[in-house]
Design a protein around this ligand. Structure first.
Ligand code: COS
Length: 393
């Protein structure tokens, strides 16, 4: 099924977004990867998306294009459109794409020229798989409560502790990892590091199986030795760096949810027009029309908040205003993921028994969407962020 593109005409977008979105929508329907083994499939999607230049939108171009990016800066609207279009076709393709961006985002924002040159071009080509390691068994929503420590040692650092729910865990080539460098200082005592997968003292072999399979693992650091050059950004500046990275990618999670919702709506429309019952089609019933109307409005509401957040971040970058879009990104993520869950549920219900049959698109979407309401900040965290912003305004 071909992804919808009519939203590209909205005023949030420039010619570059419209061209890119249309090209991806034309290309993606013909791309098929066997997703039975999620780890193998994810690696193959990274390779394919890299070979066809799509991963170049996960990193900036750099001087004279040296960093491999397609555009001068990380562009939130490009990320949103790409994720939406990929997720419409294959949520795993979207996952593979998104993790290249999230995993390398902190290097784009705060890496030294040497760090950027060592990682970003290979992220853009698909030669290196990226990951972002923030969550811990007892520090999920409360990211500042992490207990993994980085202690100075001769010529570098020693990392001890564990990270969990790490997407691309055990297939990544490097993990941008956040650790306490001043354990008594809360969020002001966290620093980011680039940990190569082959670092001594890193064990990523504990995989986690989830309802919509994608590569996930727990990382264990035991006196994991890191060179001084692996420090990413300023000492104790890691929490803000993590939050700035999430500001960019949370709006793109909204894009992914939107793609899944659009697909569910398209499946529901197609099914309702062809399914015969009581001498007419399912679409002829007013109950069906009312549901489709509700679904379409939920999709469009999510789309507008998502595009607004992405546009606002790009504008703030363009103007150099430094304006934070944390609350707008949170609104987009919360609304798009929650609305998508409702739209997909309604589409599944409309399919009757077929909706729960393993192998139908709405059945897999029903599982695919669920984790988006949790990762990169659960809905409840987004509510808190928005609430705080409202009180401060
Ligand atoms: N950009 C820049 N700085 C930010 C920021 C942002 N988006 N968000 C927070 N900060 C800064 C604050 O300004 C504050 O700075 P000061 O120490 O100078 O005052 C500091 O970071 C701490 O902020 P805050 O007090 O709001 O932190 P909390 O510990 O209350 O945590 C939440 C805030 C809950 C919003 C944060 O922990 C969070 O986002 N949690 C979810 C984490 C997540 O998404 N996990 C999933 C991982 S990826 S799958």
């Amino acid at each position: 099924m071909k992804p919808t593109t009519s939203h590209l005409a909205l005023p949030f977008f420039d010619a570059v977004h419209r061209d890119m979105g249309q090209r991806l929508a034309d290309w993606i329907p013909d791309q098929h990867i066997d997703e039975t083994d999620d780890r193998q499939a994810c690696k193959e999607w990274v390779k394919l998306l890299g070979a066809h230049q799509w991963l170049r939108y996960c990193v900036p171009a750099g001087k004279d294009g040296a960093l491999g990016g397609a555009l001068e800066k990380l562009d939130s609207r490009a990320l949103v459109i790409l994720r939406e279009t990929l997720a419409f076709h294959s949520p795993l393709a979207d996952f593979a794409f998104a993790m290249q961006g999230l995993g390398s985002g902190a290097i784009t924002l705060a890496g030294t020229p040497a760090q950027q040159a060592a990682y970003l071009p290979q992220v853009a080509s698909g030669e290196k798989i990226a990951a972002f390691a923030l969550s811990e068994p007892n520090a999920g929503s409360d990211a500042g409560a992490m207990t993994t420590t980085a202690t100075p040692r001769e010529a570098g650092w020693a990392l001890n502790g564990s990270k969990t729910w790490i997407s691309n865990g055990d297939i990544a080539d490097f993990y941008v990892t956040f650790a306490k460098t001043d354990p008594g200082a809360g969020t002001r005592g966290i620093t980011a590091f680039i940990v190569d997968a082959d670092a001594t003292g890193l064990d990523s072999s504990e995989h986690i199986a989830v309802m919509a399979p994608h590569p996930l693992a727990t990382l264990k650091f035991t006196h994991c030795q890191l060179a001084g050059s692996t420090q990413l950004g300023t000492l104790h500046g890691g929490f803000k760096l993590a939050m700035q990275t999430l500001d960019i990618f949370r709006a793109s999670v909204a894009g992914a949810a939107l793609g899944m919702a659009r697909r569910a709506l398209a499946e529901a429309v197609q099914f309702s027009k062809s399914r015969k019952m009581f001498g007419q089609t399912l679409a002829d019933f007013q109950l069906t029309q009312a549901k489709l109307g509700e679904m379409a409005a939920l999709v469009d509401a999510a789309a507008l908040l998502t595009y607004r957040a992405a546009w606002m971040r790009d504008e703030s970058e363009r103007l150099g205003s430094g304006a934070r879009i944390t609350a707008e990104a949170a609104m987009a993520k919360m609304t798009a993921t929650e609305n998508a869950q409702r739209v997909i549920d309604m589409a599944l219900q409309m399919h009757g028994g077929l909706g729960v049959k393993v192998g139908t698109k709405v059945e897999s979407l029903y599982r695919d969407i669920r984790s988006l309401r949790i990762y990169e900040g659960a809905t409840e965290v987004q509510q808190l962020i928005i609430g705080k912003a409202v009180l401060q305004s």
